[in-house]
Design a protein around this ligand. Sequence first.
Ligand code: CU
Length: 152
Amino acid sequence: MQGLDIRSKDKLGFKNLELEIMNMKTLFSTITTFLVMTSFAQKEPVKVAKGHQVEIQTSAICAMCQHAIEYDLTFAKGVKSADLNLDNKVVTIVYNEDKITPEELRTRITKVGYHADFMARDSIAYENLPMCCKDGNHGTPKVQKPTPRKNN
Ligand SMILES: [Cu+2]
């Protein structure tokens, strides 16, 4: 208990501030951890009438990307339907769990050239995508060209 008395009274305020900063740091790291976890979170498959349904976050940016992903998935054994929502880039797949797994579905998407949840896209497939489907096009923000200034 003597340990506490070593600090003089005027230093107690400083100590409380230190504690507050510590709490803030803990809070921030908790928030960061939560955000990282949710951004990498993968939705668990759910049972639906036609089989199982899984939602996979992709890096699609336009209707061409949407078509490429949906088209490829329709050729996968066990896939009953694939619908990509361009608003959030999430592809909803209904599949037969005896024939294909979410892991295999994600792998297929990466081989088309897109990220799939925590799985990174195949770099060669990405290189072969049409120019408009690459990073920095369509919805993704571009660096604005500087507007020429008028001379005074
Ligand atoms: Cu595209």
